[in-house]
Each structure stands twice: as C-alpha cells, then as structure tokens.
Design a protein around this ligand. Structure first.
Ligand SMILES: Nc1ncnc2c1ncn2[C@@H]1O[C@H](COP(=O)(O)OP(=O)(O)OP(=O)(O)O)[C@@H](O)[C@H]1O
Ligand SMILES: [Mg+2]
Length: 432
C-alpha cells in the first residue's frame, strides 16, 4: 500500500510542485521586468540618500548613521571594490556595463528582492544596497503554501488510493484462491470501484470454470453410470446363455447381448462426438446444397423408423433456400438427432421448416406428440437427461442427443431451443 501511495505521490506531486515553483518564479521575473525602470528610480533615491549620509562630514560618524538607517529599514549597505562587484555572476553583462558607466545597476537576489549598486563618485568603490527582511517572508510564504498543498494532495491521494488498494487486495486474494482450486470464491469490491468491471469479468470467469468443473464431474459420474447398466445386463445375459441348456434360449440371450453391445457402441460414439466438438477447430461456414442435406437426414430418419416398426409421416421443408451456410457433417448429425426424437414421440407426423433471413438460418422440427413441459426444456440439453418414462430400451436412448444438438448449434455460433409446436407437440429449433 505504502509503495503504491509513494509512487503515485511522486508521480503526481513532484511535477505539480515543480510547475508551481516555476510559475511563481516566472511571474516574479515578468513583474520585475515590467517595473524595472520604476525600481531603478526608487533605488537611485536610496543610493543618493545613502551617499549623502556618507559624504556628510558635519556628522561625526556617518557610517554609524548609515547602520542605524539600515536597521530601521531592514536594508544592508556595503561599500565594496569595483572589481569585486564586476565579478558578481548573478549580474547580467548589461547591468555590469551600467555599473561601469556610473548608473544604477540591479541584480536579483536568489531568495527574492533585489540588490542595487552604483559607483561612488570619484572613486573605484561601489555602494551596494541589498533589501532584506520582506523577501525572507516571501520564501516562508512559498514554503508554507507548498507544504499545505502537499498535505492536501496527500490526504486526497490517500482517500483515493486506499479503497483502490483494498479492492486490488480482494481481487488478488480471490485470484490466488481460484488458482488453488477453490472455485466457489468471488471477488468482492466496493460498489462503483474502478476495478468493478475487472472483478465482474473475473466472477463471470469463475462461474464458468465452476460450472465446467461441476459438469465435468457430473459427466464422469453419468458416463460411469450409463456404462454400468448395459455392462450389468451383458453380464447377466452372458451368465444365462452359458448356463442355458436350450439352444433357442441361448440364441435369444445372444440377440439381447448384441443389443447391449450396440447400445454401448452408440454411447461411446456419442461421447466421442461430444468430445470432438469441444476440441473442434473454429467453425468455418461452407455453402451446402440444402435439398441434398435435408433429403439425407429425412431418408436416414425414415430408415430408422421403418426398422423400429413405426409409421410417422416426415414432411420435408417447403421454400428451401438453395444453399445452407453451415458445416454439413455436424449439422446433419444434429438434425438427425432432432428428427429421430420427433419421429419417436410423434403420433402421426413430423414437419421440418427452414427460415432463412440474410446470414441467419433457423431450422424447426415440429411433431404432434406429447410435447415437452416448459420447465424441462432447458435441462434436456444437458448430457444424460431424459424425461421420466423415456428410460426403457424401446423409447429412449442414452440422453446425449440434445446435448450434441446444442453443442453443434453453439459451435456454429448459434443456439438450440425447445418451444411449443403448432402441430401440438414439441418444436426443436436450431438457429445460427
Ligand atoms: N420431440 C420430443 N417430444 C417429446 N420429448 C422429447 C422430444 N425430444 C426429446 N424429448 C425428451 O428429451 C429427452 C432427451 O432427448 P435426447 O435426444 O437428448 O436423448 P435420447 O433421445 O433419450 O437419447 P439419444 O438421443 O442420446 O439416443 C428424451 O429422452 C425425451 O424424454
Ligand atoms: Mg435423442
């Protein structure tokens, strides 16, 4: 804190003080130059008076009287050799010229005020008058002003630096605790502090890191759980197949085992797809023929539906744009997931629509099934979440379909949403 304070102080105060002193000095100089002829005349009077006292032989101790005058008016008289006066390096050459010519020469006193000199008539000695007193106060006056300004600046700076310092410390502490793995801490800074935007950005980052860590561990748990179910089933079927004397029964077990292996394979493939999306290079749009993409998605959905013995009409979109700007591999994978879900839950029909306005495209997949309650819509995009009753082998998959859909949409720079469908069921929209 002290270091910050002193640095700020030096940075601000030293130039300010220097500027103030320079300003006062320059003002003095300018004033002196403006009034130089008047002060020469005034000094000429004083020199005249002093010289008269010195030359007055009627008075016994003229130099003593001069001393008395000095004390009364706080001026200092001295008589010095001309050569010494000419060596004074505070005096300008022009003034030295005047001195040699017997005129009044002036030079500034470093502490303020002036020194006046004039050659004594008929000699090579110089009468020198230096005003003291008043100007010593000017120095004090400057010193007090500078001290007061310094103190005031110190107080202001301290008032300003202290909360800033406290906020910096709070931010530092929060950062190092997050660095140590405590993702629950948040930086608390004063309201309206200069560091508020940094603290908010830090807190948003900590939120995201915390959510990410949590979702990672949730995902690990879910993966382990999801693997356990088909594996247990597989083990069970294997035991029964081994112990069954009946070949028909054994064959039934093998078919069940094959299904479990396929389910495991699908789970692994979907997880790999999700992981590949997280690691995927940044999205680069490509122009893809829209009908080719849609026809492929619908054909695959129909094939799967036929295989599972369901009969639902899948309506291709009308007014398709010629091209879609997207990544065909990932988008068709996401669309297939949505269409497959819709076909699984629809009563009689599934309809696709494409809205394309400028660079923005929205694909809606509608069905006339039971729909999805509004409260469940967001969480279904999390991996391994399904609605109650969708867990059996027939109707439900592993619950990664919509998680993949959202990841694909976000990778495209867009989003995936569930709303109500005009057909009465659910509408899943992918927009980017
Ligand atoms: N069109 C829909 N109508 C009603 N419910 C739906 C619809 N689409 C999805 N759901 C619900 O959302 C859940 C999650 O869907 P998601 O596609 O993520 O997983 P899944 O279909 O169960 O498994 P996966 O797609 O991984 O094989 C489904 O289990 C189902 O409960
Ligand atoms: Mg699905």
């Amino acid at each position: 804190m002290l270091r910050l304070f002193f640095r700020l102080y030096l940075f601000l105060m030293l130039p300010a003080t220097a500027a103030f002193v320079l300003f006062m000095y320059v003002t003095d100089q300018v004033m002196d130059q403006m009034h130089i002829e008047q002060s020469r005349a005034r000094w000429a009077g004083s020199l005249e008076r002093a010289e008269r006292i010195l030359n007055d032989t009627r008075v016994p101790d003229s130099e003593g009287r001069l001393k008395l005058v000095e004390e009364t008016f706080r001026i200092e008289h001295s008589i010095i050799p001309l050569s010494q006066a000419m060596n004074d390096w505070f005096m300008s050459p022009a003034e030295k010229e005047r001195l040699r010519d017997g005129a009044v020469a002036l030079r500034d006193r470093p502490g303020g005020g002036q020194v006046a000199l004039r050659k004594l008539k008929g000699s090579d000695r110089v009468l020198r008058i230096e005003s003291i007193g008043a100007f010593e106060y000017v120095l004090w006056y400057y010193a007090i002003i500078i001290a007061l300004v310094t103190l005031a600046m110190c107080a202001i700076l301290y008032r300003w630096a202290k909360p800033l310092w406290r906020d910096v410390e709070a931010l530092k502490a929060a950062t190092s605790r997050v660095g140590e793995g405590d993702f629950g801490v948040r930086a608390q800074v004063e309201r309206g502090s200069m560091l508020q935007p940094i603290a908010s950005a830090f807190n948003v980052m900590a939120d995201r890191v915390q959510a990410l860590v949590r979702s990672h561990s949730d995902l690990e748990q879910s993966v382990a759980h999801e693997l356990r179910t088909p594996l247990a089933q597989l083990k069970f079927d294997l035991e029964l197949a081994r112990s069954s004397p009946n070949p028909e029964d054994r064959e039934r077990r093998y078919v069940a085992m094959e299904q479990d292996v396929l389910a495991l394979e699908e789970l692994v493939n979907e997880l790999l797809l999700l992981a590949s999306l997280r690691e995927a290079p940044p999205y680069k749009p490509m122009a893809i023929a829209a009908t080719v993409l849609m026809d492929d998605v619908i054909r695959r959905a129909k094939d799967e539906m036929r295989a599972s013995g369901r009969d639902v009409a899948i309506e291709a979109p009308r007014n398709l744009p010629e091209n879609l700007s997207c990544d065909a591999k990932y988008l068709s994978r996401a669309l297939i997931n949505v269409v497959r879900n819709a076909a699984r839950y629809a009563k009689t029909r599934v309809a696709l629509t494409v809205e394309s306005a400028g660079p923005r495209t929205v694909i809606n997949v509608d069905d006339d099934g039971p729909g999805i309650p509004p409260n469940d819509r967001e969480r279904l995009f999390e991996p391994f979440t399904r609605l109650e009753g969708a867990r059996d082998r027939e109707s439900g998959g592993v619950g990664l379909g919509l998680a993949i859909v959202r990841s694909v949409a976000e990778w495209h720079g867009g989003e995936a949403r569930i709303t109500d469908s005009p057909l009465g069921g659910a509408r899943v929209s992918i927009s980017w």
